[in-house]
Design a protein around this ligand. Structure first.
Ligand code: ADP
Ligand code: MG
Length: 604
């Protein structure tokens, strides 16, 4: 037997590198986790091709002092634990103090960091783990790590790498998981100069899912939660109809860390046992919170696997969360459309969506029948059918309607011009098309109506017209949010939401504004909650933000077809100059003049 020798440091580093750093994606994961640990709110990850030759992670976190910068690249250099007791209750993502050292050992690194509040930063360059230069640098607060030529000195590892495309895709997936693990951080991913995704960092899981996986994925999800004394699960699981042929979209996070776990996967899938055929898998984004002492994250070099002290407890919690969500979905399916008797108001219409009441007499609820009577006594249906055959809907302005009195905005004092417009129809269930004078207008119906609802809510004489719910909506938003909503119950009441306590982490919603669909009640409250929880904002601004959220929920939705009366009313508000921008400041209409059209057809 040869003599046992302690390996020289750099050889040990190379071996360790094989465990923590297998490919660009694992480098990115480690660096982004460091950024999270440094309390970064904004993180940018950029790679060229697969990330082997160029990979950058920039954060706006706490930075490192010039004195500590070099130490950070030493093996087992960490600021996160100081002794074995620290391992018990690890709150940070990193703690072994080996990521920077091992990445540096197998690449060329450019490192910039400036500590928060310091007037300058420091720039280090390293090659194969050796510092080759150090200088003061005028860089922004936070840290940037640029990793070039990964594995240039370990050709054996290089051989294991896949194509640029595959490595790039693995990096994208790793960044996605990181971004999803922390909806409170804004994460941008740039590949070959193009932003692939960018999360807003507004703390909302649904915003993060939307930015990362898109609207369709989000629409297929159901909220799920469950908790017992020491474990809680929160997030989303997919509706059975949105099942997939693989498990790629099962995301589990434990105390903010993405992990893979057969236990959790089995718990999720068991909940779908009776709903999904073999070969179909649910998706999820589930966030598990557990006492740090009840979980061991120190069992895998990349920390992607963990051990629970009580597998069964976590298993049950996840399974119940998913079962609860599915049950909720079935309960909804039993009552597909809210029927009139759910509402206390005798005159409430069958579909709450069709009803939009406005104090200013304007946007009346109008179903097809009402429209027929008011607007086209001669036979609206026939007209619509005839027009449908021609591919357009064109309400006929007869004497009973009269021409709209139209005021051009910006003209002050406003000359009143008697003029009329014609609704051509609706495109993509989103834009109302009208012909008005010598132009065609595209009008964003949701934006207009949102404005109308917002103005109504803001008006001094606003009186909520709540609908009482026979079956209260139960919202579980966790302890803090429940307390927050209850604290603000009087304000909510003024808006038309009546909430009552239902234990320490749930509320029963007994009444909601009549403009809001029952299915939107919970999300409306959760958005209000997020607003209430936000610090550093003036009361009036906060109030407006809340009103905006309610207005958005109450407004007719893009993507859902509207009845002709709604289109007409929307157009009227815009043509009259009453509505020019939505409550968020976006314009509500786009005009194409005859001149512009003529120009594009080269008629002039
Ligand atoms: P670990 O994260 O396990 O502590 P690392 O090698 O990843 O080990 O990092 C070493 C140390 O460098 C960290 O403990 C931290 O103090 C510091 N550090 C690394 N990255 C950053 C960063 N982006 N911002 C601030 N400090 C950082
Ligand atoms: Mg680390």
């Amino acid at each position: 037997m040869p003599k046992i020798l302690k390996l020289p440091g750099h050889v040990a580093d190379l071996i360790a590198a094989g465990e923590v750093v297998e490919r660009p994606a694992s480098v990115v994961k480690e660096l982004v986790e460091n950024a999270f640990d440094a309390s970064a709110g904004g993180i940018t990850v950029e790679i060229n091709s697969g990330g082997m030759t160029y990979l950058r992670v920039t954060d706006d976190g706490c930075g490192i002092s010039p004195d500590d910068a070099k130490t950070a690249f030493l093996r087992h250099a960490t600021s996160k634990i100081t002794g074995p007791e620290g391992l018990e209750a690890i709150g940070t993502l990193g703690f072994r103090g080996e990521a920077l050292a091992t990445i540096a050992a197998v690449s060329r690194i450019e490192f910039y960091t400036r500590e928060c509040g310091a007037d300058r930063g420091v720039n280090l360059t390293l090659e194969a783990g050796v510092v080759t230069s150090e200088s003061a640098a005028g860089c922004p607060e936070g840290t940037t790590v640029i990793v070039r030529d990964l594995f240039f000195n370990t050709p054996a590892r290089l051989k294991f790498l896949k194509s640029d495309r595959a490595e790039g895709a693995a990096v994208a997936a790793a960044v996605l998981r990181c971004a999803l693990s922390r909806p409170d951080a804004s994460v941008r991913f740039i590949k070959d100069g193009k932003t692939e995704f960018h999360t807003p960092g507004d703390t909302r899981v649904d915003s993060a899912i939307y930015s990362l996986l898109g609207r369709e994925f989000l629409d297929g999800l159901i909220k799920a939660n469950s908790s017992d004394d020491t474990v809680s699960v929160d997030g989303y699981v997919s509706a059975p109809s949105a099942a997939r042929g693989n498990r790629n979209y099962q995301f589990f996070f434990v105390n903010g860390r993405h992990i893979r776990s057969k236990t959790l996967q089995a718990a999720l899938e068991q909940a779908y046992a009776n709903t999904l055929p073999g070969g179909r898998y649910p998706s999820c984004a589930l966030y598990i919170t557990i006492r740090p002492g009840d979980v061991d994250v120190n069992v895998h070099p990349a920390k992607t696997e963990i051990k629970f002290v009580s597998d069964k407890q976590v298993f049950d919690c996840v399974r119940y969360a998913a079962l609860g969500a599915l049950e909720q979905r079935y309960a909804d399916a039993d009552f597909p459309a809210p029927s009139p008797d759910i509402f206390r108001q005798a005159d409430a219409p069958t579909t709450p969506r069709a009803t939009v009441k406005s104090s200013a007499g304007g946007f009346k609820s109008m179903d097809a029948d009402a429209y027929r009577k008011t607007y086209n006594p001669g036979g609206f249906k026939t007209q619509v059918l005839a027009d449908k055959e021609r591919g357009v809907y064109a309400p006929v302005h007869d004497e009973t309607v009269g021409a709209y009195e139209t005021r051009h905005r910006d003209d002050d004092p406003a000359p009143l011009i008697a003029d009329s417009f014609r609704v051509i129809g609706e495109a993509m269930d989103t834009y109302v098309l009208i012909e008005y004078g010598e132009s065609v207008w595209f009008i964003d119906k949701h934006a207009v109506h949102e404005r109308m609802c917002f103005d109504k809510l803001r008006s001094e004489d606003f009186e909520p017209m709540p609908q009482a719910l026979i079956t209260p909506v139960i919202c579980r938003h966790g302890h803090l949010n429940t307390a927050l909503l209850l604290e603000n119950a009087p304000m909510l009441d003024k808006l038309g939401f009546t909430v009552e306590s239902l234990g320490k982490d749930a509320i029963a919603v007994r009444r909601i504004p009549s403009d809001i669909a029952i299915s939107d009640a919970e999300s409306a409250l959760s958005e209000i909650c997020a607003e209430l929880a936000r610090g550093g904002i003036e009361d009036t601004a906060r109030r407006d933000n809340i009103l905006r959220k309610v207005a958005c929920k109450a407004a007719i939705k893009a993507g859902k077809s509207s009845d002709p009366a709604e289109l007409e009313e929307v157009a009227k508000r815009v043509v009259s100059g009453e509505v020019t921008h939505c409550p968020h400041g976006r314009p509500v209409s786009y005009k194409l003049t005859r001149a512009a059209l003529d120009r594009s057809f080269k008629r002039t």
